[in-house]
Design a protein around this ligand. Structure first.
Ligand code: GDP
Length: 365
């Protein structure tokens, strides 16, 4: 399963946020594929469409889809020099598929800031620089292998040599690999390098609990937004402290509390949605009388693979996917009417599943 890692300097609110994630926590029994590890938090993906489908189909049970956040503690300055904790930190980041970078935007004189003052840009740059230096080392090592072959005019080596040169230039200018433009063909080679700064990233601005309402006016948040724009990254504003309170509430209590706060959606829910899309994930649904359920897939997969997410037998014996788009189904009001209107398609092995598809798989056992 894909996972997003939560990183940030010490004392920025990572643990508080991660505790909110595990508190809000999904029933792991529903998600046998998820990792059982104290550093992994499973979150359910809030999805209005699932509620609507539940109203429509009135199943016995409704199951949202879920994915994982990994808590990555222990960034220290000099991590890229590869000693002890620093090394571990980098290898943990290497294993995640996207990065949520928590940045301190709250003032609190009782809580020490590692560098003495609240300065989100300097915080971001501290971590990014460690990641860039680690990538520079990866690229430098790779150069040593490719250089000789390139001199002998080996074709693949020449192509890679170009790519490595571009990357090295970027790193020496303290720019992440994400910022370098490559063709799709080149990107395949870049992916093979498993660079840390190639991973998609979003910034989480952690503001004080009393600043949540006009957080856009917060000068620190403004700085983070301006920086993120240069990194083609999104910014989610949360108050980790408030999230840890929200996480203890459920259903109606939660809605009431959000209303009191004057926000339509919890920061955690916003973070979950943004991270889901950052990971390139999308949702299809199954809607039977027993169970209405949301399923996560990686964008671009075909119908048999999507069936395999439910059960490997579904993939092996795949015949057809009876498919209707969420919008057409809701418009029709019922599966029967959708069928009458010809909105239910019989899709085959080559069908590329779309976000919001409601699917009934036909398969041989
Ligand atoms: P970590 O080191 O990044 O994991 O940071 P923690 O989550 O342990 O937070 C460090 C301290 O900051 C703790 O005492 C938290 O209670 C506090 N903290 C976290 N978020 C907020 C916030 O939004 N407002 C205030 N005032 N304190 C916060």
């Amino acid at each position: 399963a894909l996972t997003a890692g939560i990183v940030g300097l010490p004392n920025v609110g990572k643990s508080t946020l991660f505790n909110a994630i595990t508190q809000a926590g999904a029933e792991s029994a529903n998600y046998p594929f998820c990792t059982i590890d104290p550093n992994v938090g499973i979150v359910e993906v809030p999805d209005e469409r699932l509620n609507k489908l539940t109203e429509l189909v009135k199943p016995k049970k409704t199951v949202p889809t879920a994915f994982e956040f990994t808590d990555i503690a222990g960034i220290v300055k000099g991590a890229s020099k590869g000693e002890g904790l620093g090394n571990q930190f980098l290898s943990h980041i290497r294993q995640v598929d996207a990065i949520c970078h928590v940045v301190r935007c709250f003032e609190d004189e009782n809580i020490t800031h590692v560098s003495g003052t609240v300065d989100p840009i300097s915080d971001i740059e501290t971590i990014n620089l460690e990641l860039i230096l680690a990538d520079l080392e990866t690229v430098t090592k790779r150069f040593q292998r490719v250089e000789k072959l390139a001199r002998q005019k080996d074709k693949d080596a020449l192509v890679e040599f170009d790519i490595l040169t571009k990357l090295k230039d970027a790193f020496e200018n303290e720019k992440p690999a994400r910022s370098v433009e490559f063709t799709d063909e080149q990107l395949k080679t870049v992916k093979g390098l498993h660079l840390l700064t190639q991973k998609p990233i979003l910034y989480v601005a952690n503001v004080g609990e009393d600043e949540l309402l006009d957080a856009d006016e917060n000068p620190y948040v403004k700085q983070v937004k301006a920086f993120a724009a240069t990194d083609a990254a999104e910014v989610i504003i949360i108050s980790a402290k408030v999230e840890s309170e929200i996480a203890e509430l459920d259903g109606e209590e939660k809605d009431m509390f959000l209303e009191e706060l004057g926000i339509p959606e919890s920061g955690l829910d916003q973070l979950i949605k943004a991270t889901y899309s950052l990971l390139g994930l999308a949702t299809y649904f199954t809607a039977g009388e027993q169970e209405v359920r949301a399923w996560t897939f990686v964008k671009g997969i075909k119908a048999p693979q999507a069936a395999g997410i439910i059960h490997t037998d579904f993939e092996r014996g795949f015949i057809r996917a009876e498919t209707v788009s969420y919008d057409d189904l809701v418009d029709a009001g019922s599966m029967a009417v959708a069928k009458e209107r010809g909105k239910v398609r019989l899709e085959g092995k080559e069908y590329i599943v779309k976000d919001g598809d409601v699917i009934h798989f036909r398969f041989n056992v």
